[in-house]
Ligand binder design. Structure first.
Ligand code: ACO
Length: 437
């Protein structure tokens, strides 16, 4: 890559034959650095073996910092607690994309740019008609965002900063419209066009819930604020599975809309963004506080791969700071909606309490993650379970495009191409079908 900070310390590795190899220390501005092993294969004919990439730094990045032991999450240096309390999602988006918080004028221009691009090409409407009525909204989102590449391909030159910028704006601005239309399509209700007099989160809720037959529909400002905060909490999370997928696809020079579609596909899985949907299904399945001990026992016995969904994280081994904010937001939203004694919230709180006292979870450092409470809020807002991961994707699009942009702009950027340890058959000769036993 050519830009990393490798002066100073070196690490040495002794091979079984007694050869000593030195590897430079890659310094981080905060937190642990790394060991630059790019010459490992050339020097040893061995590759670094790290399935799941838990110990692999795939890039240098200035966007998001996580300290998993201390439960710290920073976007461009700013703590998530401060951003979710004081900034709007477009402000956070500008920060993630550009590195600094916008001043008032920059924010106005950015909001104006986003508004300019909220509409979809009318032919995108036709895509929806091709889906089954019961299609999962994530399938529609993934397909439709991928299809945007058919509209923005010719003439798009990702080596030009202005083209990268425009692609980023288009993606951030259009994905709420696609998400809302996926919802409308599954409900059988008319598509609602964006309203550029509304804020980002407010417009999103409007497109999800307004109906042409009710011109008096108004978005509840407390719910709009909660949605804005949910978007901020999900906006970026360094090199997680979906972001790494976007970077990997983007490293080939592929169309950015197609790259974001690949991120949406990776996010869908229940081990990643699909967990918010899985949490609600799990809570519904448990059904009653009295069933929690039997469920926990099932999880501990690893019966049929049953997991406590919304618990555990590859990086956070103390607590997920987003989960704390989400729990607070959950209480605020339920209060605003006048929902007292929400059985799912009671169930979630009790499940969390029991799990946090149980040695199985304590010894494995498993704590609630961002998705443990988000589903309860979204359900209270009237959003169907199948839409939960779609909302996550709407928010994460800003992180994906910021990471994609950063990668393309890195000097010496090259295709991502991991190696493998081959464990299959050694070379052998072909046997014609008649001669095979
Ligand atoms: N419930 C029960 N046991 C768990 C859970 C869980 N939710 N998570 C991890 N464990 C156990 C594992 O079985 C393993 O046990 P072992 O040491 O006896 O083998 C141990 O804890 C370590 O877990 P790993 O699977 O090695 O952890 P990893 O970092 O690979 O996985 C992950 C992290 C995928 C998030 C995992 O904790 C999980 O599946 N959680 C549930 C799904 C979820 O909530 N995902 C959302 C993640 S946050 C996000 O993407 C927004």
């Amino acid at each position: 890559m050519g830009t990393n900070n490798t002066e100073g310390d070196v690490f040495t590795l002794s091979t079984p034959s007694g050869k000593e190899l030195s590897f430079p220390h890659v310094k981080a501005s905060v937190g642990p650095g790394g060991i630059d092993i790019r010459k490992l294969y050339a020097e040893t004919e061995l590759v670094a073996y790290d399935p799941g990439f838990g110990d692999t730094g795939s890039c240098e990045s200035k966007i998001t910092f996580i300290d998993g032991d201390k439960g710290i999450l920073l976007y461009r240096g700013y703590p998530i607690e401060q951003l979710s309390e004081n900034a709007t999602f477009p402000e956070v988006s500008y920060l993630l994309l550009n590195g600094e918080l916008p001043n008032a004028e920059q924010l106005e221009t950015f909001n104006g740019d986003l508004r300019k691009h909220t509409m979809l090409h009318e032919q995108i409407r036709n895509f929806f008609n091709g889906f089954r009525r019961d299609a999962h909204p994530m399938a529609m989102l993934c397909g439709t965002v991928g299809a945007l590449s058919a509209f923005y391909h010719d003439g798009l030159d990702i080596t030009k900063p202005e083209d990268r910028e425009l692609s980023a704006i288009r993606l951030i601005a259009k994905i709420p419209t696609i998400a809302a239309w996926a919802h409308s399509y599954s409900q059988g209700s008319p598509f609602v066009y964006p309203r550029n007099d509304l804020g980002f989160a407010e417009n999103f809720l409007y497109m999800l819930f307004a109906l042409p037959s009710d011109p008096t529909y108004k978005v509840n400002p407390i719910l709009a604020r909660a949605m804005d905060r949910i978007l901020t909490l999900h906006a970026d999370h360094e090199q997680n599975a979906s972001t790494s997928t976007v970077r990997l696809a983007g490293s080939t020079g592929a169309n950015p809309f197609a790259c974001i579609a690949s991120g949406i596909a990776a996010l869908w899985g229940p081990a990643h963004g699909g967990a918010n949907e899985a949490v609600l299904k799990m809570l519904a399945q448990i059904g009653d506080v009295k069933n929690i001990p039997a469920f926990i026992q099932k999880v501990k016995n690893k019966e049929d791969g049953v997991k406590l969904m919304g618990f555990g994280h590859r990086v956070y081994k103390n607590f997920d700071p987003r989960a704390k904010i989400m729990q607070q937001t959950c209480k605020e939203v339920l209060g605003e909606l006048g929902i007292k004694d929400e059985p799912l919230l009671e169930l979630a709180v009790e499940l969390e309490r029991i799990a946090l006292e149980d040695d199985y979870f304590v010894s494995r450092k498993l704590y609630p993650n961002v998705d443990f409470y988000s589903g309860i809020i979204l359900k209270a807002m009237g959003i169907p379970t199948s839409m939960f991961t779609v909302l996550f994707a709407v928010a994460r699009t800003v992180g994906w495009v910021s990471q994609w942009k950063e990668m393309i702009e890195q000097p010496g950027q090259r295709i991502s191409r991991p190696r493998q340890i081959y464990t299959g058959a050694p070379k052998r000769d072909f046997v014609p079908v008649g001669k095979r036993g």
